[in-house]
Design a protein around this ligand. Structure first.
Ligand SMILES: Cc1cc2nc3c(=O)[nH]c(=O)nc-3n(C[C@H](O)[C@H](O)[C@H](O)COP(=O)(O)OP(=O)(O)OC[C@H]3O[C@@H](n4cnc5c(N)ncnc54)[C@H](O)[C@@H]3O)c2cc1C
Length: 315
């Protein structure tokens, strides 16, 4: 018979992804005396940024330092780590068997996917080069640092017009680039023009600069527009193939549908597999939300393990 203390398994919980969400869940589970393995292949979403902002008490911390501190805390509670990618997760018996890219296999009672998202960037020259160091997705994360500078916002559909309005608060020297897309009707165009915001409809050819700093934006008509930073919220997609492999429901925004019940949050359509952080529909995409979500999902998973330990027939 299967024992209740997880001894049939290598770990009680496998956490895939060691970013803010995965580490926060690992902390809760470790403090609940659950054996945890965190696997991470070191491709954090905010890796291109030098500093992370908006996380109270850690504002301005380099992303890798936040992760190092997180690992240190998880290690205090005997959490283990592998710097490797999980390539496959499948159900086996009452739990799961997962395969790492080192060919190691790991069994666990539960699996948490804290695998994050990837940003689907336009293939315009220079976009990727300046992503996180001059091209930003989030005015809350990086707006303050470029306040009052010549700024741009790339707005390629009508839903993004509201986003452009938020950047106006950061600098009155603002140009909205539509990259040749039909975004504004006359009325909404006027609301921008009335506030001294230029709308540039020429397609963008390239982003240019030096030493990782954005300097100007080349347009199809041949002229360059000097800009210190450009804001653009790209579509997101799942970073990992595991949600698809496991048949999890992914919504239109590219996020795994997480459900909440009286028993907690972070449940997916596959029993025993949980989701937390950016990858989940349950958390707005920011470090503080990923940490909060990881905390809550970690506690939910501990609750599920505890309830199972009391199921009839197990002892
Ligand atoms: C350029 C940029 C700057 C940002 N700046 C800020 C900021 O200043 N403040 C802020 O609050 N937010 C910021 N964000 C958002 C922030 O990065 C995310 O909200 C946060 O990282 C989400 O944490 P997470 O743990 O869910 O995902 P992530 O931090 O992305 O961590 C997921 C981890 O899972 C790993 N992984 C994925 N699949 C596998 C697999 N199969 N096997 C093993 N490991 C796997 C990845 O390598 C990654 O390390 C920024 C985002 C970007 C793009």
């Amino acid at each position: 018979m299967q024992t209740t203390d997880g001894s049939d398994f290598d770990y009680e919980v496998l956490i895939v992804g060691g970013g803010p969400a995965g580490l926060s869940a690992a902390l809760q589970l470790g403090r609940s005396l659950r054996s945890v393995l965190v696997c991470d292949n070191d491709e954090p979403r905010n890796g291109p940024a030098a500093e992370a902002h908006g996380y109270l008490t850690r504002d301005g911390i380099p992303p890798e330092e936040l992760r190092r501190l997180g690992r240190e805390e998880v290690t205090k509670y005997d959490g283990e780590f592998r710097n490797s990618q999980v390539t496959n997760v499948e159900r086996s018996g009452a739990g799961f068997t997962s395969t790492l890219d080192t060919d190691e296999t790991v069994t666990s009672r539960k699996v948490l996917l804290a695998t994050g998202v990837s940003d689907d960037l336009p293939d315009t020259d220079g976009f990727e080069e300046f992503w996180g160091s001059g091209v930003y997705h989030c005015p809350y994360c990086h707006g303050y640092e470029v306040r009052d500078q010549p700024l741009g916002v790339l707005v390629t559909n009508q839903h993004m017009v509201e986003y452009a309005k938020m950047v106006y608060n950061l600098s009155k020297d603002l140009i909205v680039f539509t990259d040749g897309q039909d975004v504004f009707d006359d009325e909404s165009r006027l609301t921008f023009v009335e506030r001294g915001i230029e709308i540039e409809d020429e397609p963008i050819i390239a982003l240019n600069g030096s030493d990782g700093n954005l300097e100007n934006i080349s347009l199809a008509d041949g002229h360059n527009v000097a800009r210190h930073a450009l804001f653009y919220p790209p579509p997101m997609e799942q970073h990992s193939e595991l949600p698809e492999q496991l048949g999890l429901d992914v919504n239109e925004a590219g996020l795994v549908d997480a459900t909440r019940s009286q028993r907690g949050i972070g449940f997916t359509s596959v029993d025993g597999v949980f989701i937390a952080g950016d990858a989940s529909s349950g958390a707005p995409p920011a470090i503080v939300s990923a940490v909060a979500d990881g905390y809550a999902v970690g506690a939910t998973m501990n609750g599920e393990l505890s309830m199972e330990d009391f199921e009839v027939g197990l002892q």
